[in-house]
Design a protein around this ligand. Structure first.
Ligand code: PLP
Ligand code: COI
Length: 341
């Protein structure tokens, strides 16, 4: 397979159009059979539910070239399940799991020339999404939908890759109790746009959201969950009903316990405790594990002992093991790797 002429090593996290995308439409109560298309444009009614009431959910996952030259996708079954949950919460029809997995496979196979080579530092990001497509003016769900997956080669989410970032405690909320923080709805990200632009304008890379009810516990950032490491080497990660159940975080918890023999606590994490941690990282498909060097709380700086130059040692072990599994250097747990034949 001849690869596209792309300078893979200098890719950031941006959209690069690839050749094929998968499309399926829902009408009269059922999904059509779906197909690949080269058409990257969508034409819709001005009154489509997605435009008026933001009825849209999405997913994010990656395809990798392994050390031995295979093309693999990491745990797409969990993305399929999470997208079903997201859809149901927004009164959308579920896109069936088996169909989702088949669509992922078709999309990657059709875009093999855009799967970055092993060792390039880049990956092929897959973005499944779904939206209400027919006109709706009273507040109610659509009855027609489109499901799509496109693919785009990406580099690191944060400029500088593995360099520690600086984040701030955010005064805006991302998710309400009993709201939609636990699903991957576009509306959660629309909510966060003001806060992220404000954070960037003030020189921060990301926002740390606290729980909106008490503003005392750590939740997540706009696009990743938190992992902390205590001074005695325990991994701690926030548990909350209003954060996205990150597939990367769930995988890292397994890696920490089963591969690295670390103790892991999934529990409420009071912000008060953050100053006592040794390491902090953001984990997600896009973020992988991005180390945090400094957290600023209204002018008060918390400098993680791991510093601003490199990942802390436990974060690094987690990073190396997870990416080792994804790139085929380390044996994966049963069912984690879907090989694209
Ligand atoms: N939290 C938020 C708000 C996200 O957008 C993401 C990205 O998908 C994550 C966490 C990480 O989830 P995952 O590891 O499944 O990509
Ligand atoms: C992902 O990691 O896949 C996400 O959707 C996060 C987003 C901020 C890019």
């Amino acid at each position: 397979m001849e690869k596209k002429n792309i300078d893979w090593g200098s890719l950031g996290f941006g959209y690069v159009k690839t050749d094929y995308r998968y499309v399926s439409n829902f009408k009269n109560g059922s999904w059509d059979e779906g197909a690949l298309t080269t058409d990257d444009q969508i034409t819709l009614s001005e009154c489509a539910c997605v435009f008026q009431y933001a009825q849209t959910v999405f997913e994010g996952m990656k395809a990798y070239t392994t050390e031995d030259g295979r093309t693999v996708v990491f745990r797409p079954d969990l993305n399929a399940e999470r997208m079903v949950n997201s859809a149901l919460r927004l009164q959308m029809p579920a896109f069936p799991k088996e169909r989702f997995l088949d669509a992922v496979e078709q999309t990657v196979r059709a875009n093999l020339n855009a799967v970055p080579p092993y060792g390039s530092g880049a990956t092929l990001y897959l973005r499944p999404f779904m939206f209400g497509s027919n006109p709706v003016i009273g507040v109610k769900p659509a009855d027609e939908y489109q499901f799509r997956i496109f693919a785009t080669p990406v580099g690191p989410y944060f400029k500088g890759g593995a360099k520690p970032i600086t984040i701030r405690v955010c005064d805006y909320d991302r998710a309400a109790p009993n709201g939609t923080g636990h699903i991957k709805a576009g509306l959660n990200y629309a909510m966060s746009l003001y806060a992220i632009v404000d954070a960037h304008n003030q020189g921060y890379d990301e926002n740390m959201y606290l729980d909106s009810k008490t503003r005392t516990n750590v939740e997540e950032t706009g696009g990743a969950n938190f992992l902390f490491v205590t001074k005695d080497g325990k991994v701690v990660t926030p548990k909350s009903d209003t954060i996205l159940p990150s597939i990367t975080r769930r995988s890292l918890v397994h890696v920490a316990k089963e591969y690295l023999g670390l103790e892991v606590e999934e529990r409420v994490v009071p912000f008060e405790e953050v100053k006592d941690f040794a390491e902090c990282g953001l984990c997600g498909t896009a973020a992988v594990i991005s180390p945090v060097g400094k957290i600023v709380d209204h002018g008060k700086e918390i400098c993680l002992p791991s510093g601003m130059n490199e990942m802390g040692p436990v974060t690094k072990k987690l990073y190396d093991t997870l990416t080792g599994i994804q790139m085929g250097r380390i044996e994966a747990p049963e069912g984690w790797i879907k090989v694209i034949e």
